[in-house]
Design a protein around this ligand. Structure first.
Ligand SMILES: N[C@@H](CCC(=O)N[C@@H](CS)C(=O)NCC(=O)O)C(=O)O
Length: 406
């Protein structure tokens, strides 16, 4: 098999992508995850100064409790460092350090705090501005109570029971749904207590407590239960609350995209899909900064991506006479095609003849391309690898390029 045709070089693609996005991550050679986000306030630290907060979180950035703490750190613009903990193989120093052995944990100026709620409250205590608790004493008391109750009011247990449990019959499923809806009704009512779209009269820790869970539920219930929170008129305040969150830059840094959530649920808990994923948001897919961020990530981290595809996608089975380097070349070519499409292909048709013209399309190269694109489409994980908006643009572009392979 051979590849003809010309495409921009990786260097050119990376250079162009970087002109259209300010998003950058640090590389972590040989480690997992292979890149990490740079906290938006790190630059505020004087040179050679250790950040005041060290956050211990999960390697895949799936943990909703870690997301809460990250969200608050970004909202409060606190410079911090991250230490990733592999939950499938927790290091002994970590289980010795943290009594619950769970993530998140944090060191705030050297002092260990664990349990997401307690970390959030400790951050408020130490870094009082901008405050994520209301000034008004009465509202402040309500906020603290709601933060406590978010952990103990049964919302999370009931929600995940509805999402993940295998009911014996339709009647049991209907009961789980009804129980869940009662809990959502309570949130809907709570959202009506103060003016504005948030739980209190301004954005607060209460919003942070609920957002990672409500996001995961809104993404997964349509797929695994055929149940919709988004667009459901019964929960108009919850929908307005999602809209309000969407206006916050910190939320965009920390949130996941719905496909990451869908894939995680199936892989981690083996839940069987019964409905369709929410459609990829066309607004995000077309935004130049998200397309550029996705192309930047792919171009900058291509070596890791290629090695991962060769090792784990099954593509090596297509090597003719053991010629892995030809497979590698075809993988690399299709990734470059994807990066090029992200940068140059918005609205335009895909470059024809990329393998030497339709008539001479080499089916083995096309097969390698199809596997490559399908694999990376589902392999990327937001916000571990890129922001949720960039992941959406990435998946939409992979679909588009895939559709042109044969
Ligand atoms: N109540 C804890 C829950 C934390 C939690 O459940 N973390 C999970 C990850 S999402 C964990 O560390 N799991 C590892 C384990 O169970 O060993 C909090 O709010 O921080």
């Amino acid at each position: 098999m051979s590849i003809q045709g010309t495409l921009s070089s990786w260097e050119k693609l990376l250079d162009t992508a970087r002109k259209h996005t300010s998003a950058r991550r640090i590389k972590r050679p040989g480690q997992s995850p292979s890149t990490a986000p740079i906290p938006s306030s790190l630059h505020k630290l004087p040179p050679n100064t250790a950040p005041p907060v060290l956050l211990y979180r999960d390697t895949n950035s799936w943990c909703p409790f870690c997301e809460r703490v990250w969200f608050a750190l970004e909202e409060k613009e606190i410079p911090f460092e991250t230490e990733f903990i592999d939950l499938s193989n927790k290091p002994k120093w970590y289980t010795d350090l943290v009594p619950t052995t769970l993530v998140p944990a944090a060191k705030i100026e050297g002092k260990l705090v664990y349990e997401s709620k307690d970390i959030l409250l400790a951050l408020e205590e130490r870094f009082s501005t901008p405050s994520l608790l209301p000034e008004n004493p009465e509202e402040n008391a309500v906020a603290r109570q709601w933060v406590e109750e978010a952990e103990t009011n049964g919302f999370r247990d009931i929600a995940y029971k509805f999402l993940r449990e295998t009911p014996t019959d339709a009647h049991e499923l209907a009961n789980l749904q009804a129980e869940f809806e009662t809990k959502l009704d309570e949130l809907e009512q709570a959202l009506g207590k103060y003016p504005g779209s948030y739980f209190l009269s301004s954005f607060s820790l209460v919003d942070i407590m609920y957002s990672p869970h409500l996001d995961r539920l809104a993404a997964n219930l349509p797929v695994y239960r055929g149940y919709h929170i988004k667009g459901n008129p019964r929960f108009s305040r919850i929908n307005a609350w999602f809209e309000a969150l969407n206006q916050r830059p910190a939320y965009h840094r920390v949130k996941s995209d719905h496909i990451t959530n869908n894939l995680l649920l199936r892989r981690r808990w083996g839940v069987e899909p019964i409905g369709n994923p929410l459609p990829l948001d066309p607004a995000d897919s077309e935004k130049i900064q998200f397309r550029a961020e996705a192309a930047e990530r792919l171009s900058d981290n291509r070596e890791v991506a290629i090695a991962d595809i060769l090792k784990n996608s099954g593509v090596q089975a297509l090597a003719v006479d053991g010629n892995i380097s030809a497979v590698q070349e075809a993988v690399e070519f299709h990734l470059r095609l994807l990066a090029d499409y992200l940068i140059n292909g918005n609205g335009a048709s895909l470059p024809g003849g990329r393998t030497g013209g339709k008539d001479s399309l080499d089916p083995t190269i096309a097969a390698v391309g199809a596997i490559t694109l399908a694999y990376v489409r589902n392999r990327i994980c937001a916000p571990r690898d890129m922001s949720a908006g960039a992941a959406t643009a990435f998946r939409a572009a992979a679909d588009k390029v895939l559709a042109s392979v044969y």
